[in-house]
Design a protein around this ligand. Sequence first.
Ligand code: NAD
Length: 488
Amino acid sequence: MSRLVTTAGSPLLIGGALVPGGAGVFATINPATEEVLGHAANADASDLDAAVTAARTAFDDTDWSRDPAFRAHCLRQLREALREHLEELREITIAEAGAPRMLTGGPQLEAPIVDLGYFADLAENYCWETDLGTAAPMGIKSGRTLRREPVGVLGAITPWNFPHQINLAKLGPALAAGNTVVLKPAPDTPWCAALVGRIIAERTDIPAGVVNVITSDDHGLGARLVTDPRVDMISFTGSTATGRTVMAGAAATVKKVFLELGGKSAFIVLDDADIVAAVRYAAFSVCVHAGQGCALTTRLLVPRAAYPDAVAVAAATMTGIVPGDPGDPGTVCGPVISERQRARVERYLDIARAEGGRIVTGGGRPPRERGWFVEPTLIADLPNTSTVAREEIFGPVLVVIPHDGDDDAIRLANDSPYGLSGAVWGTDPERIRRVVRRVRTGTLSVNGGLWYSADAPFGGYKQSGIGRELGVAGFEEYTETKLIATAE
Ligand code: NAD
């Protein structure tokens, strides 16, 4: 813990300088212990204005946007510097986000750091200009060149559940494409972002103003970033409710918006699947990081004939997962992020009971003195139209629903305002293919396949968002297209 104390009072990064916040400091809290870990700089509106000014100047008045080789160098430098601070970053992530230690070897920390290299490579190898050849519209012979250019100043607004994955999945491609960034992380995980900001300032050649980090306990700063006319684009990850507000706020200045929002993804078990293996996998995965993953499959759709057995297997699996200290290497399910989030999860469990649901296992708090823990909870006997089957809970909660064959399973999976992710388990490849093609979501896992990777675009259909993160598609989100026609 002593290393963490050195990070206390983590500053803002504005225009290349590490500075205190105009609104003083705010506490960052360990969700596993409820202890104040320390404090982070609390930005005010004038800090945000200064950050946008710095990003605007760095974009308009430097060569950053026109020098992809230098950007690739800076991203690789950042990757190496983050690696050198890996253990400090790991301890902060566990302490501040309540992230299980085992996940920091993957998507919670190490994977997104490695992925910066993918975007450095893209900056160097991407085809920035394409010759479209000659055409003669209205008889005017014209040679056409298609160029990709950065959008400009990016406002990046992020949540707390996977702070590094989400911050770096925006910074990596946005910087590779030549944008400058104002990053506003969630109030619950300021240190995760502030330390990356410090490393950028102290350990890389990234020019002043190219990355600015604004920590604050005021959500209003996010709203201000969205409406600032000097900001060209907003990349937002968070709840669908806030996403709607962001989209509406961006309309006044017709900003490009990129939205990664909530989910209520379905795990479809076909009747030729190994049902026990499938249900165990589904029940286990919904407990990972206390269910605080937007793409987790929180609706388990099982063949009606197998429903009683599936309920029993899922309940046994979830009962066996004991929420624990996220610092322990064996912990899968840590705390939820805050007292508020725990109250939100518990409210949903009350709604499930009130709507006639059966809490098969869990439903309460584990016997721990401190920390915002929730027992892994299985809800049965509610239809797909129930509140807990429609709304995102963001806790270790699984709803199990019977289906009457492939068509019914597809119908149930698609009967959701969301379309982020999903899973299909079965044996017959032709049946699986038919199901996969009809489920309307941005990612799908078949029989346990993993879609998360730097080169694989991730994002949602319907109210789960607009656009894709990662991959070439994720990089191109941060570009504009310019067509130049030269008379010949
Ligand atoms: P949230 O929407 O409450 O907050 C996200 C961010 O938006 C925070 O930085 C917050 O300060 C900021 N914000 C709040 N109000 C704002 C406003 N009016 N204008 C601009 N910014 C504002 O979400 P959260 O509780 O931090 O995170 C959980 C949610 O994030 C879940 O719904 C989850 O599904 C979603 N999420 C989605 C993905 C994805 O890729 N689709 C990934 C992770 C999390």
